[in-house]
Design a protein around this ligand. Structure first.
Ligand SMILES: [Ca+2]
Ligand SMILES: [Ca+2]
Length: 510
């Protein structure tokens, strides 16, 4: 097929070259003839899920023990999450089959299963079928013989002793072939691969595709939870299967036994690109089935009404409006969220007020310092230029502190703004989380800035202890002020020396 495509591509290239060179109408005709087919070969088919040929948990089994749209037979036990085709007991046989035949040509099935047993060797195996008749019971992995169609066998037991099992085989049959059990169908397989599918940590998955007469079997070995870890097992080209058939899955045990559990069987219709998918008409659901479902619904409704009445008779005190007496889990959660948000909102508001007060205090302090500085005549000798420098440093620091507090304030204002937004419109869960994250971020900024301020205060203010702020208006005399400045400078220089000593010691250490 690949060779054919290559040849066609070569022809297309030659034709295009000839046409480009003005080589004649025939070349252009050939180009037009070949190109659409080439495009089609590259396109993937459209895929549609077919519920009537599928089953999976968590509500796999119906109340009467059956599987919707499927028939089960033998020792098969359907449950909510899986169908146990055979339990791990000796000589068991079971199978499940679709109730109706497929009405489409190309398909893909994905089967998820587990084969588990306590022994190092298990038996007999499992088979996935596409056949013209349901093989409800028989000798070939629990299904009947002969069959018209194809079976994909997961053969656990090595009957011929060639140490080539567990293995996966594709066996086609036109209704005449008798399966060669003794040799594990070695001479009859159209394709096969060696795969150990027993006792795997995750379910084994198989993807079988029948498209444009090619049957492909891909296997996921069950070693990883990743659903896409498929590997090619075998491919059969030019495979002819019945135009309509039943899907089935069967299993059998012998002297040795495994649990054969099928977790899901999913079928997809494949449609060639450009072809229309016929929509199933309503009439496709048989009247008999419709009637059955309607009856089931009515019975359920009547049952429910009766139970309601009985409950009201038994609990007359519960009549009235029980819904108003209790809040639901959702209502309670919502109320708690609102209350929490209101508390956060109030706290932030309070913090904002306190910061405003600190800011005012700082401004007052800075203006006071500046005024005092101005009062000193510029020509008057100070206690040294160094003192003047220190004083300017202090003022600079104070202004920096002011700036930090200003930033803090704007952060908090933002946080309050967000909190108002959140409490105002608490609608989507995701948005709430976003707002909370924003608030959290702002609070982190506030915390960090406060940390910086505290550190600086410890470094600059507390160690060289500041005198108390003089009352406003100031009655501080110039002498007192310079004594204070001198005292602070001595402390500051002492601190700087201490710190440089520490740093020198640290350097030595390293
Ligand atoms: Ca075998
Ligand atoms: Ca063998």
């Amino acid at each position: 097929m690949a060779a054919a495509v290559r040849t066609r591509r070569l022809l297309v290239r030659q034709a295009a070259a000839a046409a480009a060179a003005g080589g004649g109408a025939w070349a252009l005709g050939l180009f037009l003839l070949l190109s659409p087919r080439l495009c089609q070969a590259d396109e993937t088919p459209a895929r549609r899920f077919e519920y009537k040929y599928s089953f999976k948990g968590p509500h796999l089994v119906r109340s009467d023990g059956s599987i919707a749209f499927w028939t089960h037979s033998g020792n098969a036990i359907p449950s909510a999450d899986q169908v146990r085709i055979t339990p791990s007991l000796r000589s068991q046989k079971g199978s499940v089959w679709t109730k109706s035949k497929v009405n489409f040509e190309h398909w893909e099935t994905q089967v998820t299963f587990r084969v588990t047993g306590r022994g190092r060797v298990g038996a007999d195996g499992l088979a996935i079928w596409y056949t013209s008749e349901q093989g409800l019971d028989g000798p070939v992995f629990g299904a009947s013989e002969p069959w018209n169609g194809v079976g994909i066998f997961f053969d656990s037991f090595d009957n011929d002793g060639k140490k080539n099992n567990p293995a996966v085989l594709i066996v086609g049959n036109n209704g005449k072939l008798v399966y060669d059990h003794q040799n594990d169908g070695a001479s009859q397989a159209l394709g096969s691969c060696l795969r150990d599918f027993r006792n795997k940590p995750y379910p084994v998955r198989v993807k079988i595709t029948y498209y444009q007469k090619t049957l492909t079997v891909m296997i996921h070995n069950g070693f990883t939870p990743n659903n896409d870890d498929y590997e090619l097992c075998a491919k059969v080209e030019n495979m002819i299967i019945p135009p309509d058939g039943y899907f089935g899955i069967s299993a059998a045990t012998g002297g040795l036994a495994d649990d054969h559990d099928v977790l899901s069987f999913l079928t997809f219709r494949l449609t060639e690109p450009g072809k229309q998918v016929e929509e199933p008409a309503d009439s496709e659901i048989p009247d008999e089935e419709k009637e059955k479902y309607r009856e089931e619904y009515e019975n359920f409704q009547q049952d429910l009404d009766k139970k309601k009445e009985d409950f009201q008779k038994e609990h007359p005190e519960m009549q009235g409006e029980p819904a108003d007496m209790f809040e639901t889990v959702n209502e309670r959660e919502l109320r708690q969220i609102f209350e929490g948000q209101n508390r956060v909102h109030l706290e932030i508001k309070q913090l904002n007020r306190q910061l405003d007060m600190i800011l005012d205090e700082q401004r007052r302090y800075v203006s006071l310092m500046s005024e005092e500085m101005k009062k000193v005549p510029s020509g008057q000798p100070l206690m040294g230029q160094a003192h003047q420098g220190q004083l300017e440093n202090i003022i600079q620091y104070q202004q920096e502190a002011l700036r930090h507090i200003g930033e803090l304030r704007s952060s908090i204002t933002n946080a309050v703004h967000h909190a108002i937004q959140v409490s105002g419109g608490a609608t989507g869960g995701y948005e709430n989380v976003q707002h909370f994250n924003d608030i959290k971020e702002h609070l982190h900024v506030v915390k960090r800035e406060l940390g910086t301020l505290v550190q600086r205060n410890v470094a600059y203010v507390e160690k060289p202890k500041c005198p108390e702020i003089p009352p406003f208006p100031s009655c501080l005399s110039t002498t007192h002020f310079f004594i204070f400045v001198a005292f602070q400078t001595v402390l500051f220089i002492g601190y700087i020396m201490y710190r440089s000593q520490q740093e020198a010691a640290a350097k030595k250490f390293f």
